[in-house]
Write a protein that binds this ligand. Structure first.
Ligand code: PDD
Length: 279
């Protein structure tokens, strides 16, 4: 596997980062995950815009222009197999003596990208849907930043796995839905798709945007607004989206069936639309 690190391409075995890197010490960095279909990064401009938003959020200068990023990522894709991949891109504030405040003067950021084979959910999972648990959203108040400091998300996802589930659905203040530990969540009620608002309490998902665009283009009724915990439990369907999972039906929540316990009509409409759109 060939990776990109600080301006060079190299085998992953040769890649080295200092133990003083602020990503390692403080989790002081941001990341992106970009799906690649048939060797083309999907929604690259949108991913790069969100990267810029994350960098602005942590006051870190973007090391590359949009064109330079495109060059780097296309070369990374060309140097790896297979045709469908996903890029993990990671930027930290660089290497400096440990001190919470930013290094002054600034040091060069650490810029890292790798590409893995993309395995989208298998047919069985599309047919069965997935099981989720609900958990209290105990993360910070800047969940719109795609921070590499993911310990809360790690613990929340692990709680799901220990409950035999695929994902944790996060409820803020015991009152309303935010998102999943590493995904966005939609509720379906009476034929309408409901989406939580893109605010500081959730990551503005690229897949989330595609789903809402597909709904608009196909006359599927939808509404973006706060969704209560009660509405989550009373949903006809729950949908999960992310760059690597695409669209999945959540068919079990906290051990109980969602709707009739099988992927529903909204999933049956949106999944093929997404498949057609991504190519
Ligand atoms: N995670 N919310 C959170 C907290 C996420 O980590 C992700 C994606 C999403 C979905 O965003 P998008 O549709 O842009 O992938 C929502 C990636 C896949 C990850 O951390 O691996």
């Amino acid at each position: 596997m060939t990776i990109y690190l600080n301006g060079s391409f190299m085998p992953i075995e040769e890649a080295r980062v200092s133990v003083l890197d602020r990503g390692f010490i403080f989790g002081d960095g941001v990341y992106e995950v970009i799906p690649v279909y048939s060797r083309r990064p999907f929604r690259l401009a949108e991913h790069l815009q969100r990267l810029q938003h994350s960098l602005d959020g942590i006051k870190l200068k973007n090391p590359h222009s949009e064109n330079k990023w495109a060059d780097v990522l296309y070369e990374l894709i060309a140097r790896n197999e297979p045709d469908d991949q996903y890029i993990y891109l990671h930027i930290t504030r660089g290497v400096a003596k440990r001190d919470h405040a930013f290094p002054n003067p600034p040091v060069p950021p650490t810029v890292f990208a790798l590409s893995n084979p993309l395995t989208t959910p298998p047919a069985e999972l599309l047919q069965s849907g997935i099981a989720c648990i609900t958990v209290a959203d105990n993360r910070w108040l800047r969940c719109d930043i795609k921070s590499i400091a993911l310990l809360p998300n790690v613990l929340l996802r692990q709680a799901a796995v220990e409950a035999g589930c695929a994902e944790a659905i996060l409820i803020r203040d015991d009152a309303f839905l935010t998102e999943g530990a590493a995904s966005n969540i939609f509720v379906v009620k009476n034929g309408k798709l409901l989406a939580p608002p893109k605010d500081n309490l959730m990551l503005p998902g690229i897949t989330y945007d595609v789903i809402l665009e597909l709904a608009a283009a196909n006359s599927i009724p939808y509404e973006v607004r706060r969704i209560t915990k009660t509405e989550v439990f009373g949903a006809d369907e729950l949908l999960l989206t992310s760059s690597t999972k695409e669209v999945l039906a959540v068919t079990t929540l906290d051990g109980k069936p969602v709707g009739n316990g099988r992927p529903g009509a909204m999933f049956a409409r949106l999944h093929p639309l997404y498949q057609a759109f991504k190519r």
